[in-house]
Design a protein around this ligand. Structure first.
Ligand code: FE2
Length: 155
């Protein structure tokens, strides 16, 4: 394999990881908004607010990731059905207990931080420090949300 072919293959790796991160962020956005609408129980106030904080953050991040993907020269098929095909995060009905919402979203935040750390690693390999820096910052935000969500599940 020539150096040029290797670079093309590695670039494709960055684009693929960016697409996965975009898809997972988009699905996590609607999922946390769905829970924001439907949450019930004694923790209603704090969970309603926390889920809103998450979907507002994720909504902005969708644009950040999508435009980074466009900067790589990639077209984006921004259909929810397409995002579901590449996302490790899945949809979930909104009518579930609050504790299950918390554990689902905490697991999703872990998956997102894992996907973004992978993106940072792949971007680092080709010296794409802009993508790598963005991915590390996003991974840190997801780590924080995971901690906030899991803190509600502890006694
Ligand atoms: Fe609202």
């Amino acid at each position: 394999m020539s150096t040029a072919e290797k670079i093309v293959r590695i670039n494709a790796g960055v684009s693929k990881c960016l697409l996965v991160a975009l898809a997972e962020t988009t699905i996590a956005t609607l999922k946390s908004q769905n829970y924001h609408w439907n949450v019930t129980g004694p923790m209603f106030g704090s969970l309603h607010a926390l889920f809103q904080e998450i979907y507002e953050d994720h909504f902005e991040a969708q644009d950040l990731l999508a435009e980074r993907l466009r900067a790589q020269g990639e077209h984006i098929d921004g259909r929810y059905s397409e995002f579901l095909k590449v996302s490790a995060i899945h949809e979930c009905p909104g009518k579930i207990p609050a504790l299950k919402m918390l554990s689902n979203l905490a697991d999703d935040q872990r998956m997102l931080s894992d996907s973004l750390k992978k993106l940072a690693k792949v971007a680092d390999e080709i010296g794409d420090v802009v993508t790598s820096d963005m991915a590390i910052q996003r991974a840190g935000i997801h780590n924080k949300f995971e901690w906030m969500l899991r803190a509600h599940l502890q006694n």
